[in-house]
Write a new protein. Structure first.
Ligand SMILES: Cc1cc2nc3c(=O)[nH]c(=O)nc-3n(C[C@H](O)[C@H](O)[C@H](O)COP(=O)(O)OP(=O)(O)OC[C@H]3O[C@@H](n4cnc5c(N)ncnc54)[C@H](O)[C@@H]3O)c2cc1C
Length: 497
């Protein structure tokens, strides 16, 4: 039997492959796309709503996106970029609602205020300066700042309960933040694409090998139930395998994978569905990461909206793991060691002892310790209102570097072969929120000519009307885009249409 041929093969049914598949199907409906997922359902790893925080990352509340330089200046470039990228996601999602791919936006996105919260004179001063730097920018002009306890109590009554009037506290507040159920979004994207005959979805099928041949990538696929194997030939492969992207990239044997390693971190949340708490917390409140903690361990207390139900999440509590996926193998880390990444990985272990100690201490914590940690945020937290739930795994990027041999990175990076025929996304943050801009970058690698063509440019501008416009320097366009996306996605305050 000859091998099946497709134009595009997407590995993994998380939000990244789902976004890329939808973009491609709209850009060129004639292209054949196959999506292969090893689990029996879509969005069961990091894109599952309870495996991530569902924050529509826009730089409003995440203090780690605005680090302080040695000279005391606050660097806002990363927050500006993430905010602009998130605006692209919002535009694309609004387009999907308008074309009928998504009937009810509230099933995946909801207006939830974004806040940063700090205590102590130094951090209050930091937040004041952060606010001044950001609010001067059109993208962040709506951000409010306050040190007044009465105002803070309006914004976050649960966090302010039992706080003394002498405590030095400050918060910023952006009313138009978003909570996103990336699992529901993934399903809706795939469902919409699956209406086309040019698209095939194979659940319970794992990609076990990828090899370059003259006629394209030969991708070996194994049926999880029967063990039957077959090979599909694809002109373009996107490895959207989340934490398992690195091992598959290594399997593809591409030069571009050399030197990359993965550092997996597991996580847990405290979750509450208690009505007396859920009804009194209407925002996502992000604090500061403890000393030695990785940036993604910033504690936050979030309102989530999942399947129409409101849930509170506190965490994440990080932990040590050797698995790259929740449903991965404990040998993932060891199996990813290669001659080319061993030195960078050892260098990272040597240079990040504080981080290792922090993770070990976090991993040792029991339920009561975690509720105690929550009390640092919410003084009157009661353990009986909360349960521990596992979060997804994040595999941080390790890269070789000349000065130290290797370094640990907390962002995401697209790795593509020089000819653009295979690409993947490594790393975890800012993640799903910026899936649209990340997948547009993948498309620029894979289809450089088509992306410049008049036909694709027309569709791209229908999907993302302000594509190519620097919204941070074009306040009028920014205002128009935001009015539109907020109306279509129903992110306006109640009563405003
Ligand atoms: C604790 C935590 C909190 C987070 N919070 C946020 C947040 O607040 N906001 C935000 O925007 N992002 C957040 N993220 C990041 C976000 O969840 C991820 O960036 C995003 O879900 C990644 O999507 P993905 O499609 O790349 O991977 P995944 O959703 O992990 O999907 C990968 C899929 O590939 C499949 N797969 C793997 N190997 C194979 C194979 N060999 N064959 C077939 N299928 C395979 C897996 O089974 C899985 O279904 C968070 C992540 C974590 C872990």
């Amino acid at each position: 039997m000859s091998n099946k041929k497709v134009d595009v093969l997407l590995v993994g049914a998380g939000v990244m492959s789902a976004t890329l598949g939808r973009l491609l199907a709209l850009l060129d409906p004639s292209r054949t796309i196959m999506l292969v997922e090893q689990l029996s359902k879509t969005a069961q790893e990091s894109s599952h709503p309870l495996h991530n925080a569902g924050t529509g990352h826009a730089g409003y509340c995440e203090l780690n996106y605005t680090p302080q330089k040695k000279n005391g200046e606050i660097e806002i470039a990363r927050a500006l970029k993430i905010n602009a990228d998130f605006e692209q996601s919002l535009q694309f999602w609004a387009h999907l609602v308008e074309r009928g791919d998504i009937a009810d936006p509230a099933r995946f996105i909801n207006r939830v205020a974004h806040q940063s919260f700090v205590a102590g004179a130094d951090d209050v001063d930091f937040l004041r300066r952060r606010h001044a730097a950001l609010a001067a920018h059109p993208l962040f002009a709506e951000m409010e700042y306050s040190t007044r306890h009465a105002r803070l109590s309006d914004w976050m009554p649960l966090v302010m309960a039992q706080r003394g009037s002498h405590e030095k506290l400050a918060a910023t507040y952006v009313a138009h933040g978003a909570d996103v159920d990336f699992g529901a979004l993934t399903r809706k994207l795939i469902h919409a694409t699956a209406k086309s005959d040019a698209f095939e979805l194979h659940l319970s099928h794992a990609v076990t090998g990828i090899k370059r041949h003259a006629d394209g990538w030969h991708v070996r696929i194994e049926d999880a139930h029967t063990g039957a194997r077959r090979t599909v030939v694809a002109r373009f492969v996107f490895i959207g395998a989340g934490g398992a992207a690195l091992p598959l990239l290594q399997k593809a044997g591409v030069e571009e994978a050399r030197g990359y390693g993965g550092f997996p971190v597991s996580g847990h949340w405290l979750v509450s569905r208690a009505p007396h708490l859920v009804q009194r917390h209407a925002s996502k409140v992000y604090g500061k990461a403890p000393v030695g903690a990785p940036p993604m361990s910033v504690p936050h207390l979030d309102l989530r909206v999942i399947g129409g139900d409101k849930v509170l999440l506190y965490g994440p509590f990080a932990g040590i793991t050797t698995k790259f996926l929740k449903q991965g193998s404990r040998f993932d880390l060891v199996a990813s060691l290669r001659g080319g990444n061993l030195a960078p990985m050892l260098a990272v272990a040597r240079d990040n002892l504080d981080l290792m100690r922090y993770l070990a201490a976090q991993a040792m914590q029991g339920f009561d310790d975690r509720v105690d940690a929550l009390r640092g945020f919410m003084r009157d937290a009661d353990g009986k209102d909360w349960q521990l739930a596992p979060a997804g795994k994040r595999v941080q990027i390790i890269k070789s570097c000349a000065e130290r041999g290797g370094r640990l990175e907390f962002g995401t990076e697209i790795v593509a072969t020089r000819d653009g025929s295979l690409a993947t996304l490594l790393g975890a943050s800012p993640g799903a929120s910026t899936a649209v801009s990340a997948m547009l970058e993948v498309l620029r690698h894979a289809f450089p000519q088509e992306m410049k063509s008049a036909a694709w440019q027309r569709v791209l501008h229908e999907m993302i009307p302000a594509l190519g416009v620097k919204l941070d320097t074009h306040p009028r366009e920014l205002d128009a885009v935001r009015r539109h996306t907020r109306r279509v996605l129903r992110l306006e305050p109640a009563g405003q249409k």
